[in-house]
Design a protein around this ligand. Structure first.
Ligand SMILES: Nc1ncnc2c1ncn2[C@@H]1O[C@H](COP(=O)(O)OP(=O)(O)OP(=O)(O)O)[C@@H](O)[C@H]1O
Ligand SMILES: [Mg+2]
Length: 372
C-alpha cells in the first residue's frame, strides 16, 4: 500500500459529518413539495387574521414529518410576525404544565419558574400576549401518541383549541404528528369533538426518491468521489427494502467510519457489507422493541406457523389465545404491515375473492433473535 493510500490521522473522507446526525435539518428537502404545500395552507388563514387550520400529519417512520414541520415553522416565522409557531416533542414534554411552559418560553424567552406558579397563570399570560399582539398560535405536537399514553391529550388539545372561549379573539391551531396508524383510531376516539383536522399523508419514499435524497446528503457529507454510483445504488436498494430512510442515513455515516478505519480514501463494497450487517439487526431490534405485547404475540404466531397463513386462519389462532374482535385484529395486522414486518397479499380466492395471505418479510431466525 502506498503512502498515498493511507489516510493520515487528520485526513478524512467526510466533508461534514454532522449532516448524518439525527437532528440535522437538510437544506435541500426533496420530494415533499405537496405535503409542504398542504402544511402552508393550514397557516395561511392565520396570516389574514383568521384561525389556522388543524392538521394531522401522518406517515411511517422517517418519511420527513418532523423535518417538514420544522421547515414550515422556520419559513412562517421569517415571513410574518403574525404567527407564533411552537414545536413540541411529546417524547420530552408530556404534561400540560411542561407543554405550556414551552409555549411560554417561546414568547418570553425563558421558562416559567418550576414551582409556585399555577397553570392558570401561565395560560393566561400566554393568551393575553396573543390577544394584545394579535398573533395566531400554531402548536405542533410531534409524536403526539406519547400524550395519550399519559392520558393528557384531551385536556391539552382542549386548552389549545378552545382558548378563544375564554380569551376573545385568540386564534389557535394544532398540528398533530404521528407515525403509528393504529394511533389514528385512538385519536379519533378521544378528541374527535374538538379536533377536526385536515389529514396530510407522508407516504414512504420510492426507490428513486431515496436515491435523490442520498445523492444530496452525500454531496453535503462526503468529499467528491468517496462514494461510487454502485455503492449509492446498493444503499438505496437496501434502504428501500427496509423502508426506513433513517437507516439509510445511518448506513452512510457508518460506512464512512468503517472506510476511514480501514484507511481508505473511498468506500468499497466490503465496507458496505460490514455496515449492513451492523444496521439490519439494529433496525429490526428497534422496531420490535417498540411493539405492544399483542403485536408481538401476533408476530410470534406468524413465525411459528410453518404453513402459509391466510388472514382468517391467523385471526382464529390469535383469538384462541387472546379473544378480540375482527376489527381489532385487522388493525394489528395493518400495524405489522405498516412496520414492514409482513406483506399482506390478496389471493383472489376465498368467498368473495378477497382472501389474504401473510408473508413474513424477514428471516424467521433473525426476528426470533430480536424478539425476546
Ligand atoms: N425529503 C427529504 N430530504 C432529505 N432528508 C430527508 C427527507 N425526508 C427525511 N429526511 C431525513 O430523514 C430523517 C428522518 O426524517 P424525519 O425525522 O423528518 O422523519 P419523521 O417522519 O419525523 O420520522 P419519525 O416518525 O420516526 O419521527 C432525518 O434525518 C431527515 O433529515
Ligand atoms: Mg419525527
Amino acid at each position: 500500500m502506498s503512502i498515498d493510500d493511507i489516510l493520515m490521522q487528520d485526513e478524512t473522507i467526510f466533508r461534514d459529518q454532522s449532516v448524518f446526525n439525527p437532528d440535522y435539518l437538510p437544506t435541500i428537502f426533496l420530494h415533499r413539495e405537496s405535503q409542504m404545500e398542504a402544511l402552508k395552507l393550514c397557516l395561511r388563514p392565520a396570516l389574514r387574521g383568521g384561525k389556522p387550520l388543524n392538521a394531522i400529519v401522518v406517515g411511517s417512520c422517517a418519511t420527513g414529518k418532523t423535518t417538514s414541520v420544522k421547515k414550515l415553522f422556520d419559513e412562517a416565522e421569517k415571513f410574518s410576525d403574525k404567527i407564533l409557531c411552537v414545536y413540541i416533542n411529546c417524547q420530552l414534554h408530556v404534561t400540560r404544565y411542561n407543554i405550556f411552559s414551552q409555549i411560554y418560553k417561546k414568547i418570553f424567552g425563558h421558562l416559567p419558574p418550576e414551582t409556585g406558579i399555577p397553570f392558570s397563570r401561565i395560560y393566561e399570560k400566554i393568551m393575553k400576549h396573543l390577544q394584545s399582539n394579535d398573533q395566531a398560535l400554531v402548536v405542533a405536537l410531534d409524536d403526539v401518541n406519547y400524550l395519550f399514553q399519559k392520558k393528557n391529550a384531551n385536556k391539552i388539545f382542549y386548552d389549545i383549541l378552545r382558548a378563544h372561549e375564554e380569551f376573545e379573539g385568540v386564534r389557535t391551531g394544532l398540528l398533530a404528528v404521528i407515525s403509528d396508524i393504529e394511533f389514528r383510531y385512538i385519536l379519533d376516539k378521544n378528541v374527535k369533538s374538538i379536533f377536526i383536522p385536515q389529514e396530510i399523508v407522508f407516504p414512504l419514499y420510492t426507490h428513486n426518491e431515496l436515491y435523490d435524497i442520498f445523492k444530496e446528503r452525500i454531496k453535503a457529507g462526503f468529499y467528491p468521489e468517496v462514494i461510487s454510483e454502485e455503492i449509492l445504488e446498493d444503499i438505496t436498494e437496501n434502504t428501500d427494502s427496509i423502508g426506513d430512510l433513517r437507516v439509510g442515513i445511518e448506513i452512510l455515516n457508518l460506512v464512512g467510519i468503517i472506510a476511514e478505519a480501514d484507511a481508505s480514501r473511498s468506500i468499497q463494497k466490503k465496507h458496505l457489507e460490514t455496515a449492513l450487517k451492523k444496521t439490519s439487526s439494529i433496525s429490526l431490534k428497534n422496531t420490535l422493541q417498540n411493539m405492544s405485547q399483542r403485536e408481538k404475540t401476533l408476530l410470534k404466531i406468524i413465525i411459528e406457523t410453518e404453513t402459509e397463513l391466510t388472514a382468517g386462519d391467523l385471526y382464529k389462532l390469535l383469538n384462541e389465545i387472546k379473544p378480540l374482535s375482527y376489527a381489532s385484529f385487522d388493525r394489528l395486522l395493518n400495524k405489522l404491515e405498516f412496520l414492514r414486518l409482513i406483506d399482506v397479499k390478496f389471493t383472489g380466492k376465498g368467498r368473495k375473492g378477497n382472501s389474504r395471505v401473510i408473508i413474513l418479510r424477514f428471516d424467521q431466525d433473525e426476528i426470533d433473535k430480536c424478539l425476546i
